[in-house]
Design a protein around this ligand. Structure first.
Ligand code: DAH
Length: 344
């Protein structure tokens, strides 16, 4: 029997060399080691063998079975590889294309500078323990205005020209402050988060205005939060973005959802016509201490908790950092513009 098993294996090795189709390999396998295969046939006479013979035959048949399995797997892989290679050789894609060919003029995609800025700012805040939240573009009156202390008759609604839906109940969010409201609704203090995204305003487009642009909202709520905390986080953000300590100043600013509200300016040198350098202040970051009415609307007791909030214009930050004079470049889709940024 041992010899029979050995010659079966030799037979198998010869035959598997001759097949080159998946189905044939599988058929061959079952004709040798399948339930009704040749090996099973041989083993049927095991009952006639002596106990010594059995001791030798058991391991031998297992060994041969395993070897056959291995060879079947290897053959199947070989066939698959061959098929893939054949398909590739017929395809129009040139897999030998190298970087040097790409350098000669083919375009590869990249991250848009505004999106890159969003990722960078998210990273900075995440490293300081802030969550990153998302929110819907289509909002209701409450999340865009009401909960932010802007009641229906409030003149502040005119500050932001709104795209309303026909039902007059829904709108395209005019700012990411909506994310403040949604964040407060779903968590208990203390918490801190940022919420980036697109915002929409029904405005005439010019060098500094677009109908659609990007903001990043931030909020921190806890016990005994101060303007000092706000300044610390803003300065840290600016230092990371501009890669150096930035001088800042706070001026009073009005936003219904903060009290007191501020405009945070940075000291900025901007080249001006006829001058080599012009040194001045640049308005960059509106912010403030969250208004008690806003905390209440978010289900938070303003007697126990307070906090700060800010709204960063991401397009504006990209423009300031890269001395871009017209916001429309950012949305033009002009590759000559986009390629100036390192990720392209
Ligand atoms: N939502 C304001 C806007 O779009 C920006 C803003 C100002 C956000 C002050 C804030 C803030 O969180 O405290 O004009």
């Amino acid at each position: 029997m041992l010899e029979k098993i050995e010659s079966l294996f030799i037979d198998f090795k010869e035959q598997i060399e001759k097949v080159d189709k998946q189905a044939d390999v599988l058929n061959l396998k079952s004709s040798f080691i399948g339930k009704k295969g040749a090996l099973s046939e041989i083993l049927k006479s095991l009952k006639d063998a002596t106990p010594e013979q059995r001791k030798a035959i058991g391991p031998k048949s297992n060994e041969v079975k395993q070897e056959i399995e291995k060879k079947v797997q290897a053959k199947l892989q070989e066939i698959e590889l061959k098929e893939v290679n054949e398909k590739l050789s017929q395809s129009k894609i040139d897999f030998s294309l190298t970087d040097s060919v790409l350098d000669k003029g083919l375009n590869v995609g990249g991250v848009h500078p505004v999106h890159q800025m969003q990722r960078d700012v998210e990273d900075i805040f995440q490293s300081m323990g802030f969550e990153v939240l998302d929110g819907p573009h289509i909002e209701d009156d409450w999340h865009n205005f009401g909960a932010l202390n802007i009641p229906e008759t409030h003149p502040a609604r005119d500050m932001q020209d709104t795209f309303w839906f026909e039902d007059k109940k829904h709108l395209l969010r005019t700012h990411t402050s909506t994310i403040q409201v949604r964040g407060m609704e779903t968590r208990k203090p203390p918490f801190k988060f940022v919420g980036p995204g697109k915002v929409f305003r029904c405005e005439r487009t010019d060098a500094t205005h677009e109908m659609c642009f990007h903001q990043l909202e931030g909020m921190m709520v806890g016990k005994d939060i101060t303007v000092g905390n706000l300044i610390y986080f803003m300065k840290t953000l600016l230092k990371e973005i501009f890669k150096k300590d930035m001088e800042v100043r706070l001026r009073p600013g009005f936003f219904p959802f903060v009290e007191p509200g501020f405009e945070l300016d940075i000291r900025w040198k901007k080249p001006k016509k006829g001058e080599s350098e012009h040194s001045g202040w640049l308005e960059l970051l509106p912010c403030g201490m969250v208004h008690p009415n806003v905390l209440k609307a978010g289900g938070i007791d303003p007697e126990q908790y307070n906090g700060f909030a800010f709204g960063l214009g991401l397009d504006r930050l990209v423009m300031v950092k890269n001395a871009i004079e017209d916001i429309r470049h950012l949305h033009s889709g002009d590759l000559r513009f986009n390629k100036q940024f390192s990720s392209y």
